[in-house]
Design a binder for this molecule. Structure first.
Ligand SMILES: *[C@@H]1O[C@H](CO)[C@@H](O)[C@H](O)[C@H]1NC(C)=O
Ligand SMILES: *[C@@H]1O[C@H](CO)[C@@H](O)[C@H](O)[C@H]1NC(C)=O
Ligand SMILES: *[C@@H]1O[C@H](CO)[C@@H](O)[C@H](O)[C@H]1NC(C)=O
Ligand SMILES: *[C@@H]1O[C@H](CO)[C@@H](O)[C@H](O)[C@H]1NC(C)=O
Ligand SMILES: *[C@@H]1O[C@H](CO)[C@@H](O)[C@H](O)[C@H]1NC(C)=O
Length: 285
């Protein structure tokens, strides 16, 4: 009996035909609750959309709002086979250096003179290529300067098809990471790259050749205005050719950027403004 009563109570709780209540509430009560939540969520969605809209209005597509104040940009080398920063090969074994020259071929393809002539402008060398916006009038898109592959001379891979790898005088290519708005150099002196051996290897590194001459990054490639503003920007490069490096031994090399207003990489960031790598060229004779 008691069971039946309980069952009846439950049934009545779910649907009470006398009061016409469902789960203890009448249809209009439920309706009001649903209406309240509907209005509440529409209000929340509207508030969210409005906030997003206002935030997006304050963003400029062509310029990052926030940027690390990274005073010293990183440097990278090509070819870089893996994370180890080692270039190790045997002169007589084509397969051991083939991948390096292929990486360089691929890396330099966008620098072909014909492509540069198509995409970029011939700028006045030795001065910054400034294209500032005038107030609210955006000066976009901005032009970029040509960096012709032929500037890299013996390291361009045009005359010397294999970048010197096949005769034990390899080239490596250095680029400076992009930093928006950076104006390297000072008093018209362009930043330049120098490479040297770590102390114990200093008699093994031999003579170096830099392309372009003196290993400079011409001032006309700066400032960089960002990917969206400067769609065709080609980062300037410096190539270093090892003319007389000692074979069959490890040579630890460090290249760094020299510019009056780029501070030396601090202790905290050893990779800023410099790059280290190992070169070992084996040769059977
Ligand atoms: C760039 O030039 C090199 C050498 O002249 C050529 O082999 C290569 O096909 C060119 N690449 C492109 C993408 O035009
Ligand atoms: C780059 O090469 C193109 C095609 O040969 C040439 O017209 C242009 O003057 C060169 N640009 C520079 C900056 O040397
Ligand atoms: C970028 O390069 C393309 C050709 O590849 C050219 O049509 C366009 O005008 C260039 N844009 C700028 C801003 O230089
Ligand atoms: C290279 O540097 C030397 C000495 O600083 C300078 O006399 C020479 O003009 C520079 N060459 C070029 C092409 O910038
Ligand atoms: C190349 O280096 C060796 C020592 O590593 C030296 O004896 C020789 O004179 C150098 N050759 C040239 C052309 O500099």
């Amino acid at each position: 009996m008691a069971k039946d009563g309980e069952k009846g109570q439950w049934k009545e709780f779910i649907w009470n035909p006398r009061t016409r209540e469902f789960l203890g509430r009448t249809a209009s009560s439920w309706g009001l609750i649903l209406l309240f939540y509907l209005v509440f969520y529409i209000f929340l969605a509207g508030l969210f959309a409005l906030t997003m809209y206002v935030m997006l209005q304050t963003l400029d597509d062509h310029k990052p709002t926030w940027q690390d104040r990274l005073a010293t940009p990183g440097m990278v080398i090509r070819p870089k086979a893996d994370e180890t920063f080692e270039i190790v090969y045997t002169v007589q074994n084509t397969e051991s250096w083939d991948s390096y020259t292929q990486i360089l071929d691929k890396f330099l393809a966008p620098y072909n003179d014909s492509i540069q002539a198509q995409k970029n402008a011939e700028c006045t060398p030795d001065q910054y290529f400034l294209q500032e916006d005038s107030g609210d009038v955006k000066n976009n898109p901005k032009r970029s300067c040509q960096f012709n592959r032929t500037i890299l001379g013996e390291c361009s891979g045009i005359d010397k098809r294999y970048y010197g790898y096949q005769d034990g005088k390899p080239c490596i290519i250095i680029k400076l990471n992009r930093v928006i708005g950076m104006l390297p150099g000072n008093n018209g002196q362009a930043p330049y790259v120098t490479c040297g051996a770590k102390r114990e290897d200093s008699d093994k590194i031999g003579e170096l050749a830099y392309y372009p001459p003196n290993g400079t990054f011409n001032l006309m490639y700066y400032p960089y205005y960002g990917k969206k503003a400067q769609v065709n920007y080609s980062q300037p490069l410096v190539a270093v050719k090892f003319l007389n490096i000692t074979h069959n031994e490890d040579v630890n090399i460090e290249c760094k950027i020299n510019a009056n207003n780029i501070p030396e990489g601090s202790e905290r960031d050893k990779f800023a403004g410099r790059v280290s790598f190992k070169l070992r060229i084996n040769s059977n004779n």
